[in-house]
Design a protein around this ligand. Sequence first.
Ligand SMILES: C[S@@+](CC[C@H](N)C(=O)[O-])C[C@H]1O[C@@H](n2cnc3c(N)ncnc32)[C@H](O)[C@@H]1O
Length: 354
Amino acid sequence: MASRDQNGSDALAQVFKRFSVEAHVGSSPLYASLADGISNDPDLLALASSATHRPIPNLLFGAVHYLLLRGANDKLSSFYPSMTREFRSGIDAYPYFRAFCLEYEHNIRDLLSSRLVQTNEVARCSYLLPAFAFIAGQNPGFPLSIVDIGASAGLHLLWNRYCYEYNIKVVGDELSRVRIRAKVRGGNPPPIPNIFPRIAFQIGLDLNPVHLTDPDSALWLRALVWPEHKARAIQLKAATKLAIDNPPSLIAGDALETLPSVLNQVPPDSTLCIFHAHTLNQFSLDERARFDSLLDEYSMENDVHLLSAEMLTRVDYGTLNLVSIRGGAREYRKLADVDAHGSWLEWTDDSITK
Ligand SMILES: C[S@@+](CC[C@H](N)C(=O)[O-])C[C@H]1O[C@@H](n2cnc3c(N)ncnc32)[C@H](O)[C@@H]1O
């Protein structure tokens, strides 16, 4: 009979195997190739298994990328498009990656046990903007109160300071250093507002808010962007500067603990929008159920609009969903299909006149 360790290692091998396929979809040939190598390597699977948070592949790749960006001088960096213009093919990278991990094992173990996967993808605002406008439109005349669950550095809370360059129109702050380019697909245009909804209250909750004024935290966030994704890295840099000048309000702690007191601060004459993007995969099933009950209970007194963009099932794009919760009753509606990194959206809800 297989031992527990063996079962754990087999399961982790499968996780890396799956990642190697998905990383192709997510366009990182380097990580696809490395993940495939790790899935067959007991030493690196043992190292990866010391991670205390998930998703483990993103955490391990983030740790190695962070050490390279911080200056660990190694031949491995010649395979990273983020480290050099003339990068080598990722297909040949595995022996170098393996050697690097064994040499820096101690540092990597430290990072695997102390850091979280906190990628804050600014471009997801491309679909948050029409969704906020849609929700504000449910209650004309009232400002929005926005609570971001799993806010990371809170870059989504700066959504009304960005310029949005959709293929069909440009809106927002035309002078903003953060320019979000996104393609609107399909024949049903999203409700992209010329004038942004008013805000009564905005706050982000995170287990470990990333304060971008701290250069090391900013570097960790940078390291989580995949090496091939240069445009994302440039956008993150621009948004980091904006966030340093305009720090978003962030509360540290488990959202299940901090949310009740935050909800008590929501101004009564406002439309409450709670949203979470790429966060619930870090909640256990029990935590997801507790989150639902907490909102159901709150909705006995106040309406909740729960907006979510998660990828909890195995598809190569996400969906943007809205649940309106009133008196504990839930009304579900899918708003859009969306790219995981916000590069395109296809509005599917047809319940509005534009
Ligand atoms: C992958 S990041 C996504 C960040 C951001 N929502 C985005 O889409 O760019 C997930 C975030 O959820 C946070 N998180 C995970 N579990 C949490 C919890 N129980 N309470 C609060 N934040 C949590 C993590 O710390 C991390 O910053």
